[in-house]
Ligand binder design. Structure first.
Ligand SMILES: Cc1cc2nc3c(=O)[nH]c(=O)nc-3n(C[C@H](O)[C@H](O)[C@H](O)COP(=O)(O)OP(=O)(O)OC[C@H]3O[C@@H](n4cnc5c(N)ncnc54)[C@H](O)[C@@H]3O)c2cc1C
Length: 324
C-alpha cells in the first residue's frame, strides 16, 4: 500500500497534503495498491471526510496520550512502528517543515534513505526519483533503495483533485510504544500570527514587497492592491528581517514556496534565495526602479519605476476599470 503522512495542526490540514494525496492516489493506482493515510495528534475526526474524497481507503489513527500535539521524534517513532506492522511499499509526505522533519526521523529510526522534495517517481526496479536540489535551482535524478521508500513531494507539482470515492475509509487504531525521551522536542506553547485573509501558500495572486517598500507602513498600498485582486501579501527576507512583515509572510528558500497565477514583485532585487520561493508562479510582474535588477530576467512583465508611484496608479486604474 501507499501510506501518506497527513500534516495537520490540531485538525487544520496543511493544504499541501491534498496535493500529496492526489499524487499518492495516482501512484497507488499505477502500482495497483490501495492508498492509506496516517493521522497523529488531536482533533483529527474532521479530516476523515476529506481523506475519503481524495481516495484514501484506510486511515491509521495513531492513539497515545502523549501524542496530542506535535512532537517530531514521537510522531516518527509511531510511524516507524506502523511501518513494521502495516508494511507499506511507499511512505509519502508533503515537503512541508513537518513532513520533511517527521520523515527524516523515520529514516533515521528505520535506517532507510529518504528522498526529499521529489517532483517525479518512476517506481520500477531500480526505483527512480527526480527531485529538487540546491533550493530548487536544479533537478537531480536518483535511485532510491530500501523498503519502504520514504519520499516527500515538492509543493505545487500537481493540482489537488478529489478522486472517485467508494466505500467509507476503514478506521484502524494503532497504539505505538513510546518513551519519555521521544518527547524531547515537542510543542509546549503557541504564539498566534495574524491569519486573516487569503493564505499566501495557495493564493492565486501574490503581491510581494522587499527593501524598496521602505517601511511597515509602506506595505499598506500592497495590502490594498492584494485585497482588490483577492490576493495575499508576501515579502522578501529583508522585509521580514526588518519587522515590516511577520516571518510567516516570507517568500523564498527559508520562507514560503508560492505558486500563484500572478506574482507582483515590488522593490525586490531577485536574489536566488527569493526566486526559488516563487519559481512556480505562472506569471511574474516586476516593479523596480533599477532596470538592471536581476528579477527582470525572470519577469513576464516589467515596470521600471518607483513602486510608491506605480502601485497607487495601478490601484486607481483597476478601480476605474471596475466602476465602468
Ligand atoms: C541562507 C540564506 C537564505 C535566504 N533566504 C531568503 C528567503 O527565503 N527569501 C528572501 O527573500 N531572501 C532570502 N535570503 C536573502 C537574499 O539573499 C536577499 O538578500 C534578499 O532576498 C534581498 O531582499 P530584497 O530584494 O528585498 O532587497 P534588496 O536586494 O536590497 O533589493 C531591493 C530592491 O528594491 C529596489 N527598490 C528600492 N527602492 C525602490 C522603489 N522605491 N521602487 C521600486 N524598487 C525599489 C532596488 O532597486 C532593489 O532592486 C536568504 C539569504 C541566505 C544567505
Amino acid at each position: 500500500m501507499v501510506l501518506t503522512f497527513i500534516d495537520h495542526d490540531r485538525g487544520i490540514l496543511n493544504p499541501l497534503c491534498l496535493q500529496v494525496l492526489t499524487f499518492g492516489r495516482e501512484l497507488s493506482e499505477s502500482l495497483g495498491l490501495p492508498l492509506h493515510a496516517v493521522l497523529i495528534g488531536s482533533d483529527t475526526a474532521g479530516l476523515h471526510d476529506e481523506l475519503h474524497r481524495y481516495g484514501v481507503s484506510r486511515i491509521h489513527l495513531v492513539k497515545h496520550p502523549w501524542l496530542q500535539d506535535y512532537a517530531p521524534e514521537a510522531w516518527a517513532k509511531s510511524i516507524s512502528q506502523l511501518i513494521k506492522s502495516a508494511q507499506p511499499r511507499v511512505v509519502l509526505a508533503a515537503s512541508t517543515d513537518r513532513g520533511n522533519e517527521v520523515l527524516a526521523h523515520v529514516g533515521a529510526l528505520t535506517e532507510l534513505p529518504m528522498a526529499a522534495n521529489c517532483v517525479q517517481l518512476n517506481p520500477g526496479s531500480p526505483f527512480q526519483v527526480v527531485r529538487y536540489r540546491w533550493g530548487s535551482s536544479l533537478l537531480e535524478e536518483a535511485e532510491l533503495h530500501g523498503d519502504p521508500k520514504l519520499i516527500s513531494i515538492a509543493p505545487h507539482i500537481i493540482d489537488a483533485k478529489e478522486g472517485r470515492t467508494f466505500a467509507e475509509p476503514i478506521l484502524e487504531a494503532f497504539s505505538p510504544e513510546l518513551e519519555e525521551k521521544d518527547l524531547r522536542v515537542r510543542v509546549t506553547g503557541r504564539e498566534e500570527t495574524h491569519s486573516e485573509g487569503v493564505d499566501l501558500r495557495t493564493a492565486s495572486v501574490v503581491v510581494g514587497g522587499g527593501r524598496g517598500v521602505g517601511s511597515q507602513e509602506g506595505f499598506q498600498v500592497l495590502e490594498e492592491l492584494a485585497s482588490l485582486l483577492g490576493g495575499a501579501v508576501g515579502g522578501s527576507r529583508v522585509a521580514t528581517n526588518n519587522g515590516w512583515r511577520p516571518h510567516s509572510d516570507q517568500i523564498g528558500l527559508t520562507g514560503n514556496r508560492i505558486a500563484p497565477d500572478l506574482y507582483l514583485a515590488c522593490g525586490i532585487s531577485g536574489a536566488i534565495q527569493h526566486l526559488v520561493g516563487c519559481n512556480r508562479a505562472k506569471h511574474v510582474l516586476v516593479i523596480n526602479k533599477d532596470r538592471g535588477a536581476p528579477f527582470f530576467r525572470r519577469a513576464d512583465y516589467g515596470v521600471v519605476g518607483d513602486l510608491h508611484e506605480i502601485l497607487p496608479a495601478l490601484i486607481t486604474e483597476i478601480r476605474k476599470k471596475r466602476s465602468t
